[in-house]
Design a protein around this ligand. Structure first.
Ligand SMILES: Cc1cc2nc3c(=O)[nH]c(=O)nc-3n(C[C@H](O)[C@H](O)[C@H](O)COP(=O)(O)OP(=O)(O)OC[C@H]3O[C@@H](n4cnc5c(N)ncnc54)[C@H](O)[C@@H]3O)c2cc1C
Length: 469
């Protein structure tokens, strides 16, 4: 399915004009309608064309979010929550115009309960800001998408990152949420108890709902103790398949690896050039272990042996914080490093996830497809979870290249689905993946539509996302 097939959302010109006037009067400087501001709030880090909202509002409290949503509901005007705008599938676009609700001023850490290992934050707090705030407590929040995203946006996209293999995703790490629903009611989905069997699990319904069911105004998150020791390193392999098989063996052996990231040969070339690292230009696994001094050393030794059995190595590892920081910085900058492989190109970032037993096969078939189509498309993956990304570098102004990239991505999504996997392990559906949801989940999509219709009957919350017409 081409992106151009995505259903348009009808503009409600009269309603929009009325809401613009109400919000200007109520929020003054905290309501902006300048072109640059509007464009920036629909800007996507990928090739999906920008569809700007009509205005951008900066609330500071749950009550202000309620006021905005009530005004939009009364006039049937779309309202699109905005965190830091790093989502990759057109999530923050405004296909029917409307109001972008920017949460960046809701950026307070409300409470840290060190004894309970949890905290309560506003949605605009970014993951790095939270960890800076926690620095002196001996605790940390582990979920780390490559961008410094907002925690509201991360919950709304059910994000994860390099640590998910050990600590889970936002699904496992959000204990409770406060959210403003489409009629302006604010609800809290759970208390701070570590577990609860009280009624429907609205926390998990809202996590991953991409701003289509409610606007999150606070989150209760799990925290973890900073490990006593951390070791990590990079291990080269003769092929991607050998690396994947080493990952499967590592997981099956029960080694509690904290991070295990695949970088294919082309991606390694880009990382070496960008970050000036002295590693071999071959498929590599970036690995990290958390625990006591003795256990991280033991885990690293065991991993080195498994890697050698699969033709990999040498596995050079270190416990020195500065060296580890350098290598993970290089891994986190993989996206920007890739763009240097084709200066001026736009990146189309894909995101599939398969059962780990199918990972080697899925990546091998994908690499063959890349070669057959002559694409420049490096691969990185959170492979401990069976999740990987291909970044297709293309000239976004050339319709032929865009069509070719979409064809490739379509085949990749269907390949993952046929392998009992998913068309998105962490980025979400947004606009870009809508055409694949029914292939993956069939009639379950109708149930999703019923939920959306029940909770947002006027379709004002981020319309034109997740659910195809
Ligand atoms: C270089 C790079 C690397 C990345 N790596 C990863 C990765 O490893 N793992 C990963 O999971 N993602 C990754 N991403 C994608 C992105 O960072 C995540 O999707 C992130 O969770 C988006 O957060 P955000 O604050 O930018 O949200 P936005 O882009 O602002 O919004 C995303 C969606 O959430 C909704 N939303 C935002 N705030 C709220 C709220 N308060 N209430 C309700 N809905 C809300 C929006 O309406 C939108 O639908 C990467 C992106 C980039 C650019």
């Amino acid at each position: 399915m081409a992106l151009s097939d995505v259903a348009a959302v009808q503009r409600n010109e009269d309603g929009i004009a009325a809401v613009l006037s109400i919000l200007k009067q109520r929020f003054g400087e905290r309501f902006q309608t300048g072109a640059a501001m509007r464009e920036q709030h629909a800007h996507t880090t990928t090739y999906i064309p920008t569809q700007a909202p009509d205005g951008v509002v900066f609330p500071e409290t749950t009550e202000e979010v309620q006021e905005i949503v009530r005004a939009c509901a009364a006039l049937r005007v779309p309202v699109i929550a905005f965190g830091t705008g790093t989502s990759l599938e057109g999530h923050v676009n405004a296909p029917g115009g409307g109001i972008s609700l920017d949460t960046s001023r809701m950026n307070r850490v409300l409470a840290v309960h060190a004894e309970d290992l949890d905290c309560v934050v506003e949605p605009g707090v970014t993951r790095e800001a939270l960890n800076t705030h926690l620095r002196d407590t001996g605790l940390f929040f582990p979920i780390d998408p490559g961008a410094n995203a907002s925690l509201g946006g991360m919950a709304a996209t059910r994000a994860s990152g390099t640590n998910a293999v050990r600590y889970g995703t936002m699904r496992e790490n959000v204990l409770a949420l406060t959210a403003v629903m489409a009629d302006g009611r604010a609800i809290t989905t759970a208390r701070r108890a570590k577990k609860s069997a009280a009624g429907y699990d609205l926390t998990r319904l809202l996590v991953g709902s991409e701003g289509t069911l409610g606007i999150i105004t606070s989150l209760t998150l799990k925290l973890y103790g900073i490990p006593q020791a951390i070791s990590g390193g990079v291990c080269p392999f003769p092929s991607v398949e050998a690396a994947c098989n080493a990952v499967i063996a590592t997981i099956q052996m029960g080694i509690p690896v904290a991070r295990i990231e695949l970088v294919n040969q082309l991606q390694m070339r880009a990382i070496k050039q960008h970050s000036h690292l002295d590693y071999p230009e071959s498929p590599c696994l970036f690995v990290e272990f958390h625990g006591s001094e003795a256990s991280v050393a033991e885990q690293a030794e065991s991993f080195g042996e498994i890697a050698a059995e699969h033709g990999g190595g040498p596995f050079l590892w270190t416990s020195v914080a500065e060296e580890r920081a350098k290598l993970w910085k290089a891994r986190h900058e993989a996206y920007w490093a890739s763009l240097t492989l084709r200066p001026g190109a736009k990146g189309l970032s894909t995101d599939v996830c398969v059962p780990i037993s199918r990972l080697a096969e899925c990546i091998a078939e994908t690499e063959a497809d890349i070669a057959r189509m002559g694409l420049i498309a490096p691969i990185v993956g959170h492979v401990g979870d069976g999740n990987f990304h291909v970044l297709v570098l293309m000239d976004a102004s050339d319709p032929k290249e865009v069509a070719q990239a979409e064809e490739f991505v379509g085949r990749l999504n269907m390949r993952a689905i046929y392998m009992d996997g998913t068309c998105t392990g962490e980025h979400g559906i947004g606009q870009g993946k809508m055409g694949f949801l029914a292939h993956e989940l069939g009639d379950a999509v109708d149930v999703m539509r019923s939920i959306k219709a029940a909770l947002d009957p006027q379709n004002i919350l981020n319309p034109g996302k997740i659910l195809p017409r």
